[in-house]
Design a protein around this ligand. Structure first.
Ligand SMILES: Cc1ncc(COP(=O)(O)O)c(C=O)c1O
Length: 382
């Protein structure tokens, strides 16, 4: 129930990867046959990854993670285009790696507008248009939110950016391989995708950079990846990423249908629990995401209760050693801190079954009830 955090490597992907650890171990930059053989495998992977978003292979830059891709997009665009302007727009519900990159850019002479979202987590297109200035160089708004699953109106955002000649980046870590993406039709200039969220291995991700976009590399060195990301390529992981994309291309539509059905079964029945609420949009949401808040309980305690019953889930609240910080996403959609603390994210994936969903539906109401009985919250915030 936590596929949004990471996914297992598909056995078919693993099989394709295995020879690249020791038998086909070459360096893609080597001119001899060991190098040439892995270079071909990487270029095949580039084609599969590009294909799943309707990009050209030479528009895909392999990176080590979605975090790296997002840092690359924001900082790379900022530094390459600072002569044009120093203003960037992001939403308030971006992943920390986008928000922290934006904060870092603020410390380095750039200005950032943080766009609010409505109670479902959707940005307002008119507000976006109003936020655009003469010196705006980049808009970065995620395709779907990793906590509440809300899918943003990417095509429309892209259109506004195109009309204003501003680069548009979207973090598609949670959507690539799950729902259809067409970078051309959606007017996307830069897109982040990640392998370990779609049944590929960790250690591989990419940044799609539309041909003609001006971007500064973050890693300088031997000139790998068209001179945009130096580092010896992680061939096994990239090969796995490519295979995962190939499989998603084939399975995505079917999987989307199956997961939507399971998700809706989960949502409908969880909401029968007294004082439970859905976070995120009821329809415009990821097929595999369900997120709730339950009054008078603490998400972390619920996670532990579920864990004891063999269910791996996640909460929106990030627990730090000194304080319990409620999720910035849940606060942005208008939840009060105590409401945000009672949140639970359940996310489904390729191997989720109706039996698993029904098991959660059996265990969850009792876990919530048990926690409410001992809740120090009850009555205090009524
Ligand atoms: C939307 C989104 N962006 C970025 C990331 C960062 O991914 P990684 O930690 O693999 O770099 C995640 C991972 O949870 C995510 O869900």
């Amino acid at each position: 129930m936590d596929y949004a955090a990471t996914t297992p490597v598909d056995p078919k992907v693993l099989k394709v990867m295995l020879p690249y650890f020791s038998k086909k171990f070459g360096n893609t930059m080597s001119l001899h046959s060991f190098g040439r053989e892995v270079k071909i495998a990487v270029e095949d992977a580039r084609e599969y990854v590009a294909n799943l978003m309707n990009a050209k292979p030479n528009e895909i830059i392999f990176t080590g993670s979605a975090t790296e891709s997002n840092n690359f997009a924001l900082k790379g665009i900022a530094f390459a285009n600072k002569d044009k302007g120093k203003h960037i727009i992001v939403s308030k519900i971006e992943h920390h790696c986008v928000l922290e990159s934006a904060h870092w850019l603020e410390k380095n002479g750039f200005e950032v507008t943080y766009l609010p979202v409505d109670k479902y987590g959707l940005i307002d297109l008119a507000q976006l248009e109003n936020a655009i200035r003469k010196d705006t160089i980049l808009v970065s708004i995620m395709h779907a939110n990793n906590e509440i699953g809300t899918i943003e109106p990417i095509k429309e955002i892209g259109k506004i950016c195109r009309e204003n000649e501003i680069y548009f980046h979207t973090d598609a870590a949670q959507t690539y391989g799950k729902i259809s993406i067409d970078v051309k039709k959606m007017n996307i200039d830069l897109l982040t995708a990640s392998s370990h969220k779609m049944y590929g291995p960790k250690g591989a991700a990419c940044l799609f950079i539309r041909e003609g976009v001006k971007i500064e590399p973050l890693l300088h060195g031997g000139g790998h990846e068209f001179g945009l990301r130096s580092s010896t390529l992680n061939v096994p992981a990239i090969v796995g990423f490519g295979e995962a994309a190939k499989i998603c291309k084939k399975e995505m539509k079917k999987e989307e249908k199956k997961l939507t059905k399971l998700r809706d079964r989960l949502i409908k029945n969880v909401l029968k629990i007294e004082n439970s609420h859905l976070n995120g949009h009821p329809k415009k949401r990821l097929p595999n995401n369900a997120n709730f808040w339950f009054a008078f309980i603490e998400g972390e305690s619920l996670i532990m209760q579920l864990d004891m019953k063999g269910i791996a889930a996640s909460t929106g609240s990030a627990c730090s050693t000194e304080s319990l910080e409620p999720s910035h996403v849940l606060l942005a959609i208008g939840l009060k801190p105590w409401e945000a603390h009672g949140s639970l994210r359940l996310s489904l994936g390729r191997w989720s079954t109706k039996e698993e969903v029904d098991y959660v539906l059996e265990v969850l109401p009792e876990a919530v009830e048990n926690l409410r009985k001992i809740s120090p919250f009850k009555g205090r915030w009524k």
